[in-house]
Design a protein around this ligand. Sequence first.
Ligand SMILES: [Zn+2]
Ligand SMILES: [Zn+2]
Length: 355
Amino acid sequence: MDIAKKMKAAVLFGYNDLRVVEKEVPTPEPGEVLIKVKACAICGTDPHIISQGWPSNPPFGEYIPGHEFTGEIVRVGETVDEFKVGDRVAVEPHKGCGRCVNCIRGLYTICLNYGNIAKGHRHYGFSTNGGYAEYAVNHINTLHRIPEKLSYENATLITTAGTVMYGIERIGGIRPGETVVVTGPGPIGLMGVQIVKALGAGRVILTGTRESRLKVGREVGADETINIRQDDPVKKINELTHELGADVVVECSGNPRASAQAIDLIKKGGRIALVGIYQEPVSLNLNKVVQWNLSLAGGKAEGMWNLERAVPLMADGRIKAGPLITHIFPLDKINEAMETFVKRIGGAIKVVIKP
Ligand SMILES: [Zn+2]
Ligand SMILES: [Zn+2]
């Protein structure tokens, strides 16, 4: 296959200074492949990275962000026989070092050698270059083959799906028939509704503040939605559960108040998966956690090969990305795409870049 030597890429030159420039096409090392990027979704962390950076990101002028991407393999590095040229893949951002005790236990999203390139750790789009480019290099540990019927655009949301799945795995999963509250109808929450349904939840209640997003929630499977600007979620969920509370809360809002309130939405023995990203400390009624046998767990990113298991769920439509993807922009318009995403222009939920 003929591969260009130069490519277009969005490079961060300073805080809030993302420019599309020409760069060398990277070469895959042993164990890596070169991917022709077909689509890359904007994640909530991207605007944060662009405005404030990320610990151990590559230097300004070299750093290509973007971590929720899909594409076609166009070259394989030495020793790679797991994948071949022409394979369609979605990537996950984390590759553990493979040598620390957490990686050995499969907990590669909490690798103890985070950001240590020499020891083999990669966090694509964060500590190493990512997918806002025509080409990207990834290690095979981060690749998930996607079938023809799953579009490159839709498959970019596989990281979103995997993140919720990992959070749920961390609280021991969902039992068939359980009542699950999902807080926050952002991309993670709207994925969360679909995943808990696919895992067998009996009833899914979605809470949020924007009616337009709650409507999307109902379209993708929420049985009940609560607009917390109009109704008190504790009162409403007590009503819906005969004063018992839900079995599980999947906290996706990242809002300190919503996360503190999560322990008032569940019954004794309930479980809370924390999937939101919190910008400030949260005060919790920990005595209730003790007295009520509650379980809380955080889940760092996609973890434990959940993306691979999200593929068939997305491919056959049990999890739909389509209703969440509101905008698609070419790479040249990446700054306009970021603004659309941040300001939620035109009801933006998930915005996808196509190099
Ligand atoms: Zn992300
Ligand atoms: Zn490690």
